[in-house]
Design a binder for this molecule. Structure first.
Ligand SMILES: [Zn+2]
Ligand SMILES: [Zn+2]
Length: 80
């Protein structure tokens, strides 16, 4: 058993509605994938908390296809 993010592993989908226009937002992937763009974090240097995010949570970026609003959502990792 290990903790995995259900979204990263395609186990199921979670749908969030845009707070601005109520459209179902699209999962743009785990935020960790975005760190390359602007952060010096290396995987083996990530401590128990990175930006206040616990290890048993995977932060995903969701974007509204209608108005472009973006949000970060913490996805709880599940034992799998
Ligand atoms: Zn994930
Ligand atoms: Zn929207």
């Amino acid at each position: 058993m290990k903790l995995v993010c259900p979204l990263c592993n395609g186990l199921y989908k979670i749908e969030y509605k845009c707070v601005k226009c109520n459209t179902i937002m699209e999962d743009k992937g785990a935020k960790v994938n975005y760190y390359d763009d602007y952060s010096p974090y290396l995987l083996d240097e990530i401590s128990d908390e990175v930006d206040g995010v616990r290890r048993d949570e995977c932060v995903h970026v969701f974007q509204c296809p209608n108005c472009g609003h973006r949000g970060n959502y913490s996805i709880e990792r599940k034992e799998y």
